[in-house]
Design a protein around this ligand. Structure first.
Ligand code: IPE
Ligand code: IPE
Ligand code: MG
Length: 255
């Protein structure tokens, strides 16, 4: 079968370093609480971890790094924490885009951005435009993102573009739908990392994680850095990615 960027329509090629790494950055609040600090301190330290991980991924040849920053369910948090997270997002964009641009990073933000205040939406658009010619690393921030939202918006967008499909739904296939997902331009993640000890996907890239290797670690996100990335990549190298085949078939395909 031909190599593909879809794990179900073909067999994606795997390398020692994941081409696409997707991360749930979890544990900021507990990191702070453990130190008798306000949760805000954990979120601030979390931004520093983002810097370290972006740099480490760039150096190791990761092409796509996707970070879950705010889920469609995180609006359920206390109002002051939500507004702090929004402020931190604005500040980080204001401060970091120059450096990201210098590093050749292309920044994109996925999620339902219409819920954000206009200033944040403008900053996001400006950062995306400013870095759109960069290609060293594709950094995507998932903000007000939910995997279910993504699948729904893809279906709506597919039908809006092809209204005749409503009468012939059997013509809708994976390829057609996935072309409308918010990260249709990226290969599916090879490796997923969740810090903070929880072993769940929390409505992240639920379509794209179909065959992703899932790595969970107890460490809190503010403590995450290059060494932890190397540990996760080492674990990833030891996985046998079969995509439905047997081990024997896999060995044969490598000859
Ligand atoms: C992850 O850390 C950051 C966001 C969800 C924005 P948490 O804030 O979820 O930290 P814990 O899980 O409460 O420790
Ligand atoms: C997932 O973390 C979302 C982000 C890291 C942005 P949560 O801390 O919100 O997840 P749950 O509620 O524990 O599943
Ligand atoms: Mg959490």
């Amino acid at each position: 079968m031909a190599t593909s960027t879809s794990s179900t329509l073909g067999i994606p090629q795997s390398a020692d370093v994941p081409r696409h790494l997707a991360v749930i950055m979890d544990g900021n609040g507990r990191w702070a609480t453990k130190r008798f600090l306000p949760r805000a301190a954990g979120h601030a330290r979390g931004v520093q971890a983002v810097r370290r991980v972006v740099e480490a991924c760039g150096k190791r040849g990761v092409q796509y790094l996707t970070l879950f920053a705010f889920s469609s369910e995180n609006w359920r948090r206390p109002e002051d924490e939500v507004s702090l997270l929004m402020r931190l997002f604005v500040q980080t964009l204001e401060k970091e885009v120059d450096k990201l641009d210098e590093q050749g990073v292309r920044l994109r933000v996925v999620g339902d951005l219409s819920a954000f205040e206009p200033k944040l939406q403008d900053l996001i658009r400006a950062a995306e435009q400013r870095t759109e010619r960069n290609s060293a690393l594709n950094l995507t921030i998932a903000a007000n993102y939910g995997g279910r939202w993504d699948i729904l918006q893809a279906m709506r967008s597919l039908l809006a573009a092809n209204p005749e499909l409503a009468a012939t739904p059997q013509k809708i296939d994976e390829k057609a739908l996935s072309a409308h997902l918010s990260m249709s331009w990226a290969p599916e993640p090879d490796l997923f990392i969740r810090t903070g000890g929880e072993q769940r996907v929390s409505n992240f890239l639920i379509w794209q994680l179909a065959y992703t290797e899932l790595y969970f670690t107890d460490g809190y996100w503010p403590d995450f850095g290059a060494r932890e990335i190397d540990e996760a990549f080492e674990w990833y190298r030891g996985r046998e990615r079969r995509f439905g085949r047997t081990s024997a078939q896999l060995a044969q395909s490598k000859q």
